[in-house]
Structure formats: C-alpha cells, structure tokens
Design a protein around this ligand. Sequence first.
Ligand code: ATP
Length: 134
Amino acid sequence: MGTLRLEVVTPDKTVVGADVEMAVCPGAEGEFGVLANHISLLSALKVGALRYRASGGKDEYVFISGGFADMNNNVLTVLAESAELAGNIDAARAQSARERAEKRLAAGDDAVDVARAESALQRAIMRLSIAVRH
Ligand code: ATP
C-alpha cells in the first residue's frame, strides 16, 4: 500500500511528521479518511481525534482542537490551534480543566462566558477520551 505524508502543526510546533498508510480526520461535517494520492481537499475540522497508521505500525491518536486539513500533492497538512499525541496528554490537567468548566457552567453566573466554558469542557472531555487510547 502507498503512503502519504502527514504533518500536524500548531502555532508552536510540529506534533506529527510521518509517512502514513491512512489518516482519519474529525471533519466539521463528519469524519473522513485520507489514503495515499487522495485528490486535493480542504476541510474545516472540529475538536476531536485524528487517527493515523504509520507504515506497518499501530493506530495512533492525536487530539485536535479544530482547525483545517489540507491535502495536496500527497501531503496532508493539519493546522490546529492545539494538538497533542495521545501519549503526551496530561490527563490530570484535562481533568482539572473539565472540573473548572463544569463549575463555571453550574454557577449560572452572568459573568460566565458560557460558550467559552462549553468549548473548554468539550476540549477537556475529548482529551480525556484520547489519553486512554495510548
Ligand atoms: P487548559 O485550561 O488546561 O489550559 P485548554 O483547553 O484551555 O486547557 P488549549 O488552549 O487547548 O488548552 O491549549 C493550550 C496549550 O496547552 C497547547 O499547547 C496545548 O497543546 C497544551 N495543553 C492543554 N491541555 C493539555 C493537556 N491536558 N495535556 C497536554 N497539553 C495540553
């Protein structure tokens, strides 16, 4: 089977740079898979798990905080505000973030930015579910 190049980058760093057999992305309109030599595509991503399989390897999971995926010339570039390999997720930190967001939402205080707290909660829950896939 052929491979494609996967690059997952954030403003700070490259999180993944690998030749992979396939990648499955959390598209804004639903998951989509990309194989070698896929036609060009550009898609918005939602908070979720990106899964990929390096040549002959096992599936790896990466937390993605939304962003964009661009497939061109057999290179899939994923641009995200933040991204972490499953093994690099700090579960205790995500658990604290989850509790903080839940408290803010439960308080029902006018000063709480509900959309922001809901996004933080969504990221924390997703990180916790991906951390166990390591
Ligand atoms: P927190 O409230 O814990 O900062 P957050 O969802 O607001 O969580 P982000 O804004 O998504 O955090 O990310 C900020 C930076 O911290 C990014 O570099 C991201 O990769 C890193 N990061 C956030 N949470 C974790 C985590 N649980 N484990 C590892 N890295 C994390």
